[in-house]
Design a protein around this ligand. Structure first.
Ligand code: ATP
Length: 251
């Protein structure tokens, strides 16, 4: 579903070139929930931004559902982002002047879909994520966990091939964090959604099918969830200890 092939990215500051991603190759299957963890500065956000092509990369390719998006022009890319990618950010990125319901409808409005179809779809998604009672409220009137579930619901509106999430539980207490992770699991289990999430949080990552460990811009390991979540979390915490660096973990 998502393939990253030999991706490299450097930042240039003056005459100095700083390599940040070094020959990264990753494959995520349809319906997989995958996290990327790594010390601060290891390149996690840069990787996510290269995948969505919010920032350019030097070498390599990104394929989404088999389509190479590496060379798409800006207008084609905008369509691909709206139709094939769903985004969930740490600070929710909801529009304050729109209700929860209107925020969720946004991707379909941008895609110029018929109103009736859009509304029933949005109502359905609100029910699935338990936010149907707050549909008419504005972002300022709902909790952090509800905001993030609204963001997950919005990310799913166009049935994207991949949801890209950057620290989606970063600002949340443990109860809200669990609600957001449950929303991703529900999306995976009921809609076969594919989720690619950057996180510092080993608790959130322990619900994933796989965790990719980044260190110094390279994939330094992959951890598989074999079904025992607590054991998986211990394995992730051990990995963090061994890697050292600033992990800023919540646990
Ligand atoms: N626009 C930029 N220009 C120059 N260097 C940058 C830029 N953005 C990021 N970097 C550098 O690239 C490296 C990777 O940054 P990135 O934000 O991808 O790391 P990260 O793993 O997401 O870190 P964190 O966990 O702290 O958010 C860091 O050393 C950072 O200072």
């Amino acid at each position: 579903m998502l393939q990253v092939e030999h991706l490299s990215k450097s930042y240039r500051i003056g005459n100095q070139v700083y390599p940040v991603l070094k020959d990264i190759s990753i494959e995520v299957e349809k319906g997989e929930f995958v996290a990327v963890m790594g010390p601060s500065g290891s390149g996690k956000t840069t990787l996510l931004n290269c995948i969505s092509r919010f920032i350019p990369y030097d070498e390599g390719a990104v394929l989404m559902g088999g389509e190479d998006i590496s060379r798409l022009k800006e207008d084609e890319l905008a369509k691909v982002r709206n139709r094939k990618m769903g985004f969930v950010f740490q600070d929710f990125m909801l529009l304050d002047g729109l209700t929860v319901f209107e925020n969720i409808c946004l991707p379909q409005i941008i895609d110029e879909r018929p109103a009736a179809q859009m509304e029933s779809k949005a109502e359905n998604i609100c029910r699935v994520f338990g936010i149907d009672k707050i549909m008419q409220k504005y972002p300022a009137e709902i909790s952090g966990g509800e905001k993030q579930r609204t963001a997950v619901a919005r990310a799913l509106m166009n049935h994207p091939l991949v949801i890209l999430a950057d620290e989606p539980t970063g600002n949340l207490d443990s109860k809200s964090c669990r609600a957001v992770i449950d929303a991703f699991l529900k999306a995976r289990d009921t809609m076969q959604a594919t989720v690619f999430m950057v996180t510092h949080d080993s608790f959130a990552a322990s619900f994933c099918d796989r965790v990719i460990i980044l260190k110094d811009g390279q994939v330094s390991g992959i951890r598989e969830n074999r079904g025992d979540r607590k054991a998986f979390m211990d394995e992730l915490l051990d990995t963090i200890r061994v890697l050292g660096g600033d992990f800023d973990d919540n646990e």
